[in-house]
Design a protein around this ligand. Structure first.
Ligand code: G6Q
Length: 550
């Protein structure tokens, strides 16, 4: 394949970058009174404003040409139709099929996947309802009131993020915990809050071999049996979500308590599958379906909207503009909603595990920068921590501000005050990052403070702000299951589009597999089962130090 950097579309963007790289956004707003209208898109109440970016109409046109060049529309069709676009693992990529609301068959290896999806969803529905209505009982006949999801990475982050975000929809008499870390603290502190008679463990692992998850699952079973005493009772308190029936049975979970999914569901894209069992139980199956519905709406928008009106495509192109031309290599995710506080970690995995790659689809080293470092924190907390660098650091950090306009919470007399303060902070941040504060504006402010002229002059470089720092703002009416579904699907598609432009496979994760492999090599040394010094000088000495002191 010819290099994207050799294409006329890329070269046109390079030339254009040199022409506008110093353009001030505040001037772009002065020159175009309609800039907001020209640079925002809607999907119902879901609004994405990308006018506060260092782009002009020409930039948009050239970026859209680039999307055309890499044949985004063809790739979308390949993905949605079940073509094996995960080429290194020879797998289809069909998380979109899991939330599909239509009856169109999708064929993988000669079989329609839709009936299997439907069957599993029905199993999730009837199981979650049996927990919710109390027909499923623990070993002493009590109703289940605590769910513990044991999983890590893709088998943890999505369900944990969604359950936290949509807590206002949760069954009030249910507690939920997510245990992911193999650090004993994670499981121990969770078990302290659990009653074995009323706790259900969901062991969520695609492979059912992941060291952390299996260690936690065996320890949870040991804890449970220390109370229940009888192996037969495990069936009432442990269920599994996996693709690996053999390993699930070896663990002691009966096939009828296993929820399957398929190799064409990537871990980080799996919350829509039975991996979302914890979501279906905690929020109720109807809300799980609403989440699917919202994602399906975004899928349809992504499939059908033209490039220039396509929200995920536009966000992806703006990201490429910053990463590859401005060389801004991080991206902040800043949700102004406490419920969305896990969104930055969730998107960190979704994006960095998908696009953190230097080898392209054809096995060659890429010729451009790929996935950015994703980080962030909920607002306003982040403002009192790292926003300093976003305002005045030497690195530029494109920001995504995300916020519902109505809160789920109402504190009586203070009605709406909290949310109005929250909203005004988001708007103030995006505005000031873009506008900055000139030396003259800073001087005018300091004149009334009683400082001497000399003091004012010496402070001016510190309290003026260059501005021209870009951001997207995503607003929606309320954080409902539908809007959260839309939001997650938006980012999934954005990541996919960027992967296409960089010609990388966004759906494998060899770096994660490598981590799993090396952990298995070191453990026997730490345990003292192998004594040979087979690693490098630093590693051998660190292992010796640990062994001497443990
Ligand atoms: C996700 C990755 C990775 C995976 C975890 C857990 O896309 O593959 O984060 O989800 O390593 O794997 P298991 O579900 O197999 O335990």
């Amino acid at each position: 394949m010819t290099k994207i950097t050799d294409s006329a579309e890329w070269k046109a963007l390079e030339k254009h970058y040199n022409e506008i790289k110093n353009t001030e956004m505040r001037d772009l707003f002065d020159d175009d009174k309609d800039r907001f209208n020209n640079f925002h898109l809607n999907l119902d109440d879901f609004l994405v404003d990308f006018s506060k970016n260092r782009i002009t109409k020409t930039t948009s046109k050239l970026l859209n040409d680039l999307a055309g060049k890499v044949k985004i529309d063809d790739w979308k069709k390949k993905q949605f139709s079940g073509e094996k676009i995960n080429n290194t693992e020879n797998r289809a990529v069909l998380h979109t099929a899991l939330r599909s609301q239509d009856e169109q068959p999708i064929i993988v290896d000669g079989l329609d996947v839709k009936p299997e999806i439907k069957k599993t969803l029905e199993q999730v529905k009837s199981f979650s309802e049996s927990i919710n209505n109390g027909t499923w009982k623990g070993y002493t006949g009590k109703k289940i009131n605590t769910i513990v999801n044991i999983g890590i990475g893709g088998s943890d982050l999505g369900p944990a993020m969604v359950c936290k975000a949509l807590k206002p929809y949760a069954h009030k008499d249910l507690n939920i915990h997510f245990v992911s870390n193999v650090d004993a603290a994670d499981l121990s502190l969770t078990l302290e809050q659990c009653d074995p008679e009323t706790t259900l463990f969901i062991v969520a692992s695609k492979t059912f071999t992941t060291q952390e998850t299996m260690t936690n699952a065996f320890s949870a079973r040991h804890w449970f049996l220390s109370h229940a005493k009888n192996n037969q009772e495990v069936a009432k308190h442990f269920v599994a979500v996996s693709t690996n029936l053999k390993k699930v049975e070896e663990f002691g979970i009966h096939e009828k308590n296993m929820f399957i999914f398929w190799d064409w569901v990537g871990g980080r894209y799996s919350l829509w599958s039975a991996i979302g069992l914890s979501i279906a139980i905690y929020l109720g199956f109807d809300n799980f379906k609403q989440l699917h519905h919202g994602a399906y709406e975004m899928d349809q928008h992504f499939l059908n909207a033209p490039i220039e009106k396509n929200i995920p495509v536009q966000l992806a192109l703006i990201g490429v503009w910053y990463i590859n031309f401005f060389k801004f290599n991080t991206q902040a995710i800043l949700p102004y909603d406490q419920g969305l506080s896990l969104l930055p970690s969730y998107l960190q995995q979704a994006d960095m595990e998908s696009n953190g790659k230097f080898i392209d689809r054809d096995g060659h080293r890429v010729c451009v920068e790929t996935g950015p470092v994703i980080w962030g924190e909920s607002g306003t907390n982040g403002q009192h921590a790292f926003y300093q660098l976003i305002h005045q650091g030497t690195q530029f950090v494109p920001c995504d501000f995300i916020m519902p306009i109505k809160s789920h919470y109402d504190l009586g007399e203070q009605k709406n005050t909290h949310h109005k303060i929250l909203m005004s902070n988001l708007i103030a941040q995006s505005q000031s990052l873009m506008m900055g504060k000139s030396i003259d504006e800073a001087r005018a402010e300091l004149l009334n403070t009683g400082l001497s002229d000399d003091e004012i002059e010496s402070l001016l470089p510190h309290c003026s702000f260059e501005g021209n720092r870009p951001s997207n703002t995503i607003l929606f009416e309320k954080l409902t299951p539908i809007n959260l579904g839309r939001l997650i699907a938006l980012y999934e598609h954005k990541i996919f589009v960027q992967g296409i432009i960089w010609n990388i496979n966004s759906f494998d994760q060899w770096g994660v597999e490598y981590g799993k492999q090396i952990a298995r090599l070191v453990l026997p040394k730490i345990k003292g089962e192998r004594t040979s010094s087979c690693f490098d000088g630093s590693t051998n000495n660190l292992i010796d130090y640990i062994k001497k002191n443990c």
